[in-house]
Design a protein around this ligand. Structure first.
Ligand SMILES: [Zn+2]
Length: 270
């Protein structure tokens, strides 16, 4: 029963024709800022840690900011890892007024988002059309492992090896995730501190560890909110790529940059 239902959803997603057709294990990805990403799959549109205006950072330009139409044609699921201002803005509750079928999934109890599904660390939620597993975080909230439309994505939220003291807690969550044997298509992991955007050695060491344990097909570095330091993503890629085995590392160079993931490979679209 579920199989036929999923198939019709898939066809519905293609017929909706939002952007390029997305069939099978493919996705379109769009970077917002900091750790904010939009991922369109065959029948879903996922939003992670979207904030339009981070304090001290220029707000997203109109052409980059999420528009309600971006949520059309597919099942919209909005994930928020925790409540810090660089990951969460209460303004996203407005989307549900215009698109009532939207679902919010959050990593802490008092977001006040409409009918939000609250997840604690190391939980699984299977509403039928997707499966969400959470890891704990060395900061607040959770990381999300999402399996949908034949793809598996891991968005770590603020789970990082911020300092050497975090090593044990960081690695424990990554090992727990690995033991579930997910085949991860795309993993999003923080590579710098929040306000100062400092690329600490300890953080990069943690990302290397996670990449080697989880072996995602693609690793996308995130959590650089300083607009004048977005080149950190490329510096990270250049430094670690050779050690990553089969994992491809790619990072955005600007807000609004788009990528396409297909057959285990990722490429820049614009
Ligand atoms: Zn953060």
């Amino acid at each position: 029963m579920l199989r036929y239902w999923s198939a019709s959803l898939l066809l519905g997603g293609i017929a909706a024709g939002v952007g390029l057709p997305i069939a099978g294990a493919a996705a379109e990805l769009r970077y917002f800022q900091n750790s904010g990403w939009l991922v369109k799959t065959a029948s879903h549109v996922l939003v992670f840690d979207y904030v339009e205006a981070i304090p001290g950072v220029k707000a997203l330009p109109t052409g980059v900011a999420l528009k309600p139409e971006d949520l059309d044609g597919r099942r919209a699921v909005v994930f928020v890892s925790h409540g810090h201002v660089d990951h969460y803005s209460p303004a996203i509750a407005e989307w549900a007024k215009q698109r009532p079928t939207i679902r919010y999934v959050v990593g802490w109890p008092d977001s006040h988002l409409p009918e939000a599904h609250v997840m604690k660390p190391r939980e699984t939620w299977s509403p039928g059309d997707l499966v969400v597993k959470t890891t704990g975080s060395t900061d607040e909230g959770v990381g999300f492992l999402v399996t949908v439309d034949g793809l598996t994505l891991y968005h770590a939220g603020d789970h990082a090896r911020w300092a050497d003291e975090d090593a044990e807690a960081f690695e424990a969550e990554i090992r727990w995730l690995r033991d579930g044997q997910p085949v991860i298509d795309v993993a999003f992991l923080p590579i710098a501190t929040g306000v100062a955007c400092e690329p600490r050695r300890s953080i990069w060491q943690g990302v290397r560890f996670a990449a080697l344990e989880l072996k995602p097909r693609v690793l996308i570095p995130m959590h650089v909110q300083c607009l004048d330091k977005l080149d950190l993503y490329e510096r990270f890629r250049a430094e670690v790529s050779a050690e990553m085995g089969a994992t491809t590392v790619v990072g955005p160079t600007r807000r609004g940059e788009q990528f396409r993931y297909e057959a285990g490979r990722i490429r820049r679209v614009q």
